[in-house]
Design a binder for this molecule. Sequence first.
Ligand code: ADP
Ligand code: MG
Length: 222
Amino acid sequence: MSILKIPTAKIFEPLLQPARYKGVYGGRGSGKSHFFGELLVETCQAERGTLAVCIREAQRTLAQSSKRLIEGKIAGLGLGHGFKLFSDKIETPGDGLIIFRGLQDHTADSIKSLEGFRIAWIDEAQSLSARSLALLRPTIRAKDSELWASWNPRRKSDAIDDFLRGRQPDGAVVVKANWRDKILGFGTTDALAGFAAITANLVVSFYFAKRGFENVARIIRR
Ligand SMILES: Nc1ncnc2c1ncn2[C@@H]1O[C@H](COP(=O)(O)OP(=O)(O)O)[C@@H](O)[C@H]1O
Ligand SMILES: [Mg+2]
Protein backbone atom coordinates (compact mmCIF):
# COMPACT_ATOMS: atom_id res chain seq x y z
CA MET A 1 0.00 0.00 0.00
CA SER A 2 1.35 3.44 -0.83
CA ILE A 3 0.02 6.93 -0.51
CA LEU A 4 -0.48 9.22 -3.44
CA LYS A 5 -0.20 12.87 -2.43
CA ILE A 6 -1.92 15.28 -4.73
CA PRO A 7 -1.71 19.00 -4.04
CA THR A 8 -5.12 20.62 -4.21
CA ALA A 9 -5.90 24.30 -4.02
CA LYS A 10 -7.72 25.02 -0.76
CA ILE A 11 -10.82 26.23 -2.51
CA PHE A 12 -11.47 22.73 -3.92
CA GLU A 13 -11.06 20.96 -0.58
CA PRO A 14 -14.79 20.58 0.23
CA LEU A 15 -15.11 18.59 -3.00
CA LEU A 16 -12.80 15.85 -1.77
CA GLN A 17 -15.59 14.48 0.46
CA PRO A 18 -18.49 12.42 -0.94
CA ALA A 19 -21.49 14.52 -2.05
CA ARG A 20 -24.46 13.90 -4.30
CA TYR A 21 -23.72 17.04 -6.34
CA LYS A 22 -20.33 18.67 -6.72
CA GLY A 23 -20.05 21.95 -8.60
CA VAL A 24 -17.19 24.22 -9.59
CA TYR A 25 -17.93 27.42 -11.46
CA GLY A 26 -15.60 30.19 -12.55
CA GLY A 27 -13.95 31.86 -15.50
CA ARG A 28 -11.78 30.29 -18.17
CA GLY A 29 -8.45 28.97 -16.98
CA SER A 30 -9.39 28.72 -13.31
CA GLY A 31 -8.47 25.03 -13.06
CA LYS A 32 -12.00 23.59 -13.03
CA SER A 33 -11.40 20.88 -15.63
CA HIS A 34 -8.01 19.94 -14.25
CA PHE A 35 -9.42 19.60 -10.77
CA PHE A 36 -12.26 17.24 -11.72
CA GLY A 37 -10.05 15.33 -14.17
CA GLU A 38 -7.58 14.67 -11.40
CA LEU A 39 -10.27 13.81 -8.87
CA LEU A 40 -11.75 11.32 -11.31
CA VAL A 41 -8.44 9.55 -11.90
CA GLU A 42 -7.70 9.47 -8.17
CA THR A 43 -11.14 8.04 -7.45
CA CYS A 44 -10.83 5.34 -10.11
CA GLN A 45 -7.43 4.43 -8.70
CA ALA A 46 -8.57 4.35 -5.08
CA GLU A 47 -11.94 2.65 -5.61
CA ARG A 48 -11.65 -0.41 -7.79
CA GLY A 49 -14.37 -0.95 -10.35
CA THR A 50 -15.60 2.65 -10.45
CA LEU A 51 -17.90 3.30 -13.40
CA ALA A 52 -17.73 6.88 -14.61
CA VAL A 53 -19.11 8.84 -17.53
CA CYS A 54 -17.74 12.15 -18.79
CA ILE A 55 -20.50 14.23 -20.28
CA ARG A 56 -20.86 17.17 -22.62
CA GLU A 57 -24.09 18.56 -23.93
CA ALA A 58 -22.76 18.17 -27.46
CA GLN A 59 -19.95 15.78 -28.30
CA ARG A 60 -19.58 15.04 -31.98
CA THR A 61 -16.09 13.60 -31.66
CA LEU A 62 -13.97 12.39 -28.77
CA ALA A 63 -11.74 15.41 -29.34
CA GLN A 64 -14.59 17.40 -27.80
CA SER A 65 -14.59 15.23 -24.69
CA SER A 66 -12.48 15.23 -21.52
CA LYS A 67 -10.63 12.10 -22.71
CA ARG A 68 -7.29 13.73 -23.48
CA LEU A 69 -7.22 15.64 -20.24
CA ILE A 70 -7.88 12.44 -18.30
CA GLU A 71 -5.22 10.53 -20.21
CA GLY A 72 -2.79 13.31 -19.33
CA LYS A 73 -3.73 13.02 -15.67
CA ILE A 74 -3.22 9.25 -15.66
CA ALA A 75 0.26 9.66 -17.12
CA GLY A 76 1.09 12.68 -14.98
CA LEU A 77 0.17 10.89 -11.77
CA GLY A 78 2.26 7.89 -12.82
CA LEU A 79 -0.74 5.53 -12.83
CA GLY A 80 -0.41 4.25 -16.38
CA HIS A 81 0.04 0.62 -15.30
CA GLY A 82 -3.49 0.33 -13.87
CA PHE A 83 -5.38 2.05 -16.70
CA LYS A 84 -5.90 0.80 -20.26
CA LEU A 85 -6.55 3.39 -22.94
CA PHE A 86 -8.83 2.58 -25.89
CA SER A 87 -9.95 4.85 -28.70
CA ASP A 88 -13.34 5.52 -27.11
CA LYS A 89 -13.02 4.49 -23.46
CA ILE A 90 -10.58 3.96 -20.60
CA GLU A 91 -10.52 0.81 -18.53
CA THR A 92 -9.69 1.53 -14.90
CA PRO A 93 -8.40 -0.70 -12.08
CA GLY A 94 -10.69 -3.56 -10.99
CA ASP A 95 -12.84 -3.71 -14.13
CA GLY A 96 -13.87 -0.07 -13.89
CA LEU A 97 -14.60 2.11 -16.89
CA ILE A 98 -14.60 5.74 -18.00
CA ILE A 99 -16.75 6.52 -21.03
CA PHE A 100 -17.54 9.75 -22.88
CA ARG A 101 -20.98 10.83 -24.01
CA GLY A 102 -22.83 13.78 -25.53
CA LEU A 103 -26.26 14.08 -23.94
CA GLN A 104 -27.78 15.82 -26.94
CA ASP A 105 -27.68 12.48 -28.76
CA HIS A 106 -29.58 10.66 -26.02
CA THR A 107 -33.28 9.94 -25.74
CA ALA A 108 -35.26 9.07 -22.62
CA ASP A 109 -34.71 5.45 -23.64
CA SER A 110 -31.07 5.45 -24.63
CA ILE A 111 -29.98 7.30 -21.52
CA LYS A 112 -30.81 4.15 -19.57
CA SER A 113 -27.45 2.78 -20.74
CA LEU A 114 -25.90 5.07 -18.15
CA GLU A 115 -27.78 3.53 -15.24
CA GLY A 116 -25.30 1.93 -12.88
CA PHE A 117 -22.65 4.58 -13.40
CA ARG A 118 -21.48 5.96 -10.09
CA ILE A 119 -19.90 9.21 -11.26
CA ALA A 120 -21.09 11.53 -14.00
CA TRP A 121 -18.93 14.57 -14.70
CA ILE A 122 -20.38 17.27 -16.92
CA ASP A 123 -17.72 19.69 -18.13
CA GLU A 124 -18.66 22.96 -19.89
CA ALA A 125 -21.95 22.45 -18.08
CA GLN A 126 -23.18 25.97 -18.91
CA SER A 127 -24.22 24.39 -22.21
CA LEU A 128 -26.25 21.63 -20.56
CA SER A 129 -29.91 21.90 -21.52
CA ALA A 130 -32.68 21.65 -18.95
CA ARG A 131 -33.83 18.54 -20.77
CA SER A 132 -30.45 16.86 -20.46
CA LEU A 133 -30.21 17.69 -16.76
CA ALA A 134 -33.70 16.32 -16.20
CA LEU A 135 -32.79 13.09 -18.03
CA LEU A 136 -29.50 12.68 -16.23
CA ARG A 137 -30.49 13.20 -12.61
CA PRO A 138 -32.77 10.18 -12.18
CA THR A 139 -30.48 8.03 -14.37
CA ILE A 140 -27.41 8.47 -12.17
CA ARG A 141 -28.83 6.83 -9.09
CA ALA A 142 -26.44 3.98 -8.25
CA LYS A 143 -25.52 3.66 -4.59
CA ASP A 144 -23.39 6.65 -3.52
CA SER A 145 -23.53 8.06 -7.03
CA GLU A 146 -22.32 11.60 -7.63
CA LEU A 147 -23.01 14.22 -10.28
CA TRP A 148 -20.12 16.60 -10.89
CA ALA A 149 -20.45 19.80 -12.90
CA SER A 150 -17.89 22.39 -13.95
CA TRP A 151 -19.02 25.50 -15.75
CA ASN A 152 -18.33 29.03 -16.78
CA PRO A 153 -21.44 31.00 -15.80
CA ARG A 154 -23.27 32.86 -18.57
CA ARG A 155 -26.85 33.41 -17.50
CA LYS A 156 -28.66 32.74 -14.24
CA SER A 157 -31.31 30.94 -16.23
CA ASP A 158 -28.87 28.32 -17.57
CA ALA A 159 -29.99 24.93 -16.29
CA ILE A 160 -26.90 24.11 -14.26
CA ASP A 161 -26.62 27.56 -12.72
CA ASP A 162 -30.29 27.61 -11.83
CA PHE A 163 -30.02 24.14 -10.29
CA LEU A 164 -26.77 24.32 -8.33
CA ARG A 165 -26.54 28.02 -7.50
CA GLY A 166 -30.19 29.06 -7.64
CA ARG A 167 -32.02 26.12 -6.11
CA GLN A 168 -29.09 24.65 -4.14
CA PRO A 169 -30.42 21.09 -3.75
CA ASP A 170 -29.71 18.98 -0.66
CA GLY A 171 -26.32 17.32 -0.83
CA ALA A 172 -24.78 19.91 -3.12
CA VAL A 173 -21.28 21.26 -2.55
CA VAL A 174 -20.50 24.13 -4.89
CA VAL A 175 -17.36 26.26 -4.99
CA LYS A 176 -16.15 29.17 -7.04
CA ALA A 177 -12.75 28.76 -8.67
CA ASN A 178 -10.66 31.67 -9.77
CA TRP A 179 -7.32 31.93 -11.52
CA ARG A 180 -5.34 31.98 -8.29
CA ASP A 181 -6.74 28.60 -7.26
CA LYS A 182 -4.93 26.53 -9.82
CA ILE A 183 -1.64 24.93 -9.01
CA LEU A 184 0.72 25.04 -11.95
CA GLY A 185 2.71 22.06 -13.06
CA PHE A 186 2.04 19.66 -10.21
CA GLY A 187 1.46 16.08 -11.25
CA THR A 188 0.61 16.84 -14.83
CA THR A 189 1.90 16.29 -18.31
CA ASP A 190 1.02 19.83 -19.20
CA ALA A 191 2.99 21.98 -21.62
CA LEU A 192 5.22 23.03 -18.75
CA ALA A 193 8.18 20.65 -18.83
CA GLY A 194 11.65 20.21 -17.40
CA PHE A 195 13.31 23.27 -16.00
CA ALA A 196 10.35 25.52 -16.63
CA ALA A 197 8.10 23.18 -14.68
CA ILE A 198 10.50 22.92 -11.78
CA THR A 199 10.89 26.67 -11.64
CA ALA A 200 7.16 27.20 -11.86
CA ASN A 201 6.63 24.60 -9.14
CA LEU A 202 9.08 26.30 -6.84
CA VAL A 203 7.63 29.72 -7.43
CA VAL A 204 4.05 28.53 -7.13
CA SER A 205 4.62 26.30 -4.11
CA PHE A 206 6.43 29.10 -2.33
CA TYR A 207 3.61 31.44 -3.17
CA PHE A 208 0.96 29.03 -1.96
CA ALA A 209 2.89 27.81 1.07
CA LYS A 210 3.38 31.37 2.24
CA ARG A 211 -0.32 31.93 2.17
CA GLY A 212 -1.25 28.58 3.60
CA PHE A 213 -3.07 28.15 0.34
CA GLU A 214 -2.06 24.63 -0.48
CA ASN A 215 -3.60 21.47 0.81
CA VAL A 216 -2.61 17.90 0.17
CA ALA A 217 -5.16 15.22 -0.53
CA ARG A 218 -4.20 11.68 0.39
CA ILE A 219 -5.45 8.77 -1.60
CA ILE A 220 -4.77 5.26 -0.37
CA ARG A 221 -3.64 2.98 -3.20
CA ARG A 222 -4.49 -0.65 -2.91
N1 ADP B 1 -4.28 20.88 -11.16
C1 ADP B 1 -3.59 21.40 -12.17
N2 ADP B 1 -2.44 20.85 -12.55
C2 ADP B 1 -1.75 21.37 -13.56
N3 ADP B 1 -2.10 22.42 -14.29
C3 ADP B 1 -3.23 23.02 -13.98
C4 ADP B 1 -4.05 22.54 -12.90
N4 ADP B 1 -5.11 23.33 -12.83
C5 ADP B 1 -4.96 24.24 -13.81
N5 ADP B 1 -3.84 24.07 -14.49
C6 ADP B 1 -3.34 24.91 -15.61
O1 ADP B 1 -4.28 25.94 -15.83
C7 ADP B 1 -4.84 25.85 -17.14
C8 ADP B 1 -6.34 26.06 -17.06
O2 ADP B 1 -6.92 25.02 -16.30
P1 ADP B 1 -8.29 24.38 -16.73
O3 ADP B 1 -8.58 23.28 -15.77
O4 ADP B 1 -8.28 24.02 -18.18
O5 ADP B 1 -9.25 25.62 -16.47
P2 ADP B 1 -10.82 25.77 -16.73
O6 ADP B 1 -11.38 24.42 -16.93
O7 ADP B 1 -11.29 26.45 -15.48
O8 ADP B 1 -10.94 26.66 -17.93
C9 ADP B 1 -4.46 24.49 -17.67
O9 ADP B 1 -4.24 24.48 -19.05
C10 ADP B 1 -3.20 24.18 -16.91
O10 ADP B 1 -2.10 24.70 -17.58
MG1 MG C 1 -12.35 23.67 -18.62
